[in-house]
Design a protein around this ligand. Structure first.
Ligand code: NAD
Length: 451
């Protein structure tokens, strides 16, 4: 099939590369010329395990092409994915500027010149996470320019950064919202066919109406964010009442109705999706006279949780000012196996430490380059995690990279000025660290913060 993907970021590139790898002829468009130039050389401009091999292989075999000419790309594909960003607007809503631009370009392109169609149709899919009603808005923008047969469908993406290729190749589910029209029926058949290679063991495609599909994506992210905020809130209570959240986590996770996943307490959720999607769904709910009160609390808890490590540090030293102190920070990316630092808890922590007068030495296995965009030369970057410890008063662990899970505690104790660890991910055993002479702070186990 001839497939076009507009927007070649985390989502667009994974979608384009994986569809090319299953034999489709794919063209990915992006307005970022530097990105397109790199991609032609097989260089993926961000870290995503396994993606570079797939991109390179499919570029070499001629199934994956890139362009900055969005019109040409639209013309070239019978199936057109919209995978541009939908960042957070000032009022919390999802900003649709990029989506609107693309919809207008599609309309203008359909209005003039030759266009590749599939079964007599242009099938347009929103992969971007968009508020309910956006696909209708896209259809209206296209219709301002063109009357060519066209079905605008919703096909939200559920991939996780760090495991995006696997998620696309072996999805839990493929949600597709099609319009209730003859074009919608044709589009459904086309898409069932497109996704057949990822759907071999059993049918994972859930067809539904467009609005339900759009809401499904927000509902999934909002529920996952709710689990995280619930556990973080509970962890802080556990400290106050002398319970250990890790024992509570295992105790409740063993109930299959609850499950073990997404129950880890930590320093708050970050990344390019949960924070903005929670706010956007909240905005939609308020605009529609049905505010989701639980989500308002999820967002508020998360904002507080992002300051938990800073508050623990200040409580340990008994002072608001951290002038004259240096902290080693392990982990900058918002989660392991990615270099993405968008909304990462490390940003709140490091900004807070710097504002309190402290110095910071930081290490992350993948996101050091991105970190420079956030902190410039205000912090020291260390290529090795142990190098951060030299001259530092304490170690703060923010991201649970595997390399930080079983470190050399003797080396840590010998290098730090004093053996103090603030662990934002509960990676270590409090008793064992106490035996080794560490003062150890985790989340939801041990010393509560002063009221
Ligand atoms: P991104 O910022 O990495 O990529 C977006 C790309 O779109 C950029 O390369 C940008 O240059 C390009 N672009 C912007 N306007 C364009 C235009 N008019 N024409 C062509 N290209 C244009 O964003 P992302 O992380 O890939 O997210 C894209 C969408 O997918 C968002 O709605 C996001 O919420 C959603 N999503 C993201 C993830 C994730 O983990 N990153 C997962 C699921 C869904």
């Amino acid at each position: 099939m001839r497939v076009t993907v507009i927007g070649s970021g985390y989502v667009g590139l994974v979608v384009g590369a994986c569809l090319a790898d299953s034999g489709n002829d794919v063209i990915c468009a992006d307005i970022d010329a530097l990105k397109v130039e790199k991609l032609w050389k097989g260089i993926v401009p961000f870290f995503e395990p396994g993606l570079d091999d797939i991109v390179l292989r499919n570029v070499e075999q001629g199934r994956l092409r890139f362009t900055t000419d969005v019109e040409k790309a639209v013309r070239d594909g019978g199936i057109v994915f919209i995978a541009v960003g939908t960042p957070q607007g000032d009022d919390g809503s999802a900003e649709l500027r990029f989506v609107d631009q693309v919809a207008t370009t599609i309309g203008k392109t359909l209005a003039g010149g030759e266009n590749v169609l599939v079964d007599g149709l242009k099938v347009v899919l929103t992969k971007s996470t968009v508020p309910v009603g956006t696909s209708d808005r896209i259809r209206a923008l296209i219709a301002e320019h063109a009357q060519l047969p066209c079905a605008v469908c919703s096909n939200p993406e559920f991939l996780k950064e760090g495991d995006a290729v696997n998620d696309f190749l072996k999805p839990d589910r493929i949600v597709i919202g099609t319009p209730d029209s003859p074009e919608g029926l044709i589009a459904a058949k086309v898409l069932q066919d497109l996704y057949a290679p990822f759907n071999r063991t059993h049918d994972r495609v859930h067809f539904m109406d467009v609005r339900s599909s759009e809401l499904t994506k927000y509902a999934a992210n909002a529920l996952l964010a709710t689990k995280i905020s619930f556990m973080n809130d509970l962890a802080n209570l556990a400290e106050r009442v002398g319970a250990d959240i890790e024992k509570v986590r295992v105790g409740i996770g063993s109930d299959p109705r609850i499950g073990y996943q997404f129950l880890f307490p930590g320093t708050g959720y970050g990344g390019s999706c949960f924070p903005k999607d929670v706010k956007a769904l909240l905005h939609t709910s308020e605009m529609n006279g049905n505010p989701l009160r639980i989500l308002a609390a999820v967002d508020a808890v998360n904002r507080d949780q992002k300051t938990i490590l800073l508050r623990k540090v200040k409580a340990h030293y008994g002072t608001e000012s951290l002038a004259g102190r240096t902290f080693a920070v392990w982990g900058l990316a918002f989660k392991p196996r990615t270099d993405d630092m968008r909304e990462a808890p490390s940003i709140d922590l490091i900004e807070g430490l710097l504002a309190a007068g402290a110095r910071v030495s930081a290490h992350d296995p993948q996101s050091m380059e991105n970190a420079r965009e956030f902190f410039g030369d205000r912090i020291t970057y260390c290529d090795l995690n142990y190098a951060c410890l030299e001259g530092a008063d304490a170690l703060i662990v923010v991201t649970e990279w595997s390399a930080f899970r079983r470190p050399d505690f003797d080396l840590i104790a010998a290098t730090l000025k004093s053996p103090v660890i603030f662990d934002g991910r509960n990676l270590y055993e409090p008793e064992r660290l106490a035996q080794r002479g560490f003062t150890y702070y985790a989340i939801g186990r041990g010393t509560p913060l002063p009221v």
